[in-house]
Design a protein around this ligand. Structure first.
Ligand SMILES: [Zn+2]
Length: 55
């Protein structure tokens, strides 16, 4: 099974857990692990900045 990442438009093979999720909800948008990691990093950065402002 292959899915297309909406961010980089690369096809990737989902892991078992993701595959289950896709089968249950085929209309969910998919993000590849690379992009997912990038988003996570950005989110963390933003949270850190927020925390710094609050200090
Ligand atoms: Zn991607």
């Amino acid at each position: 099974m292959r899915v297309i990442c909406i961010l980089c438009e690369q096809s990737f093979k989902p892991d078992k857990w993701t595959e289950k999720k896709i089968k249950k909800h085929p209309h969910l948008i998919q993000i590849c692990p690379d992009c997912h990691e990038r988003i996570k990093q950005k989110t963390l950065e933003r949270q850190e900045k927020k925390m710094n402002i609050n200090q």
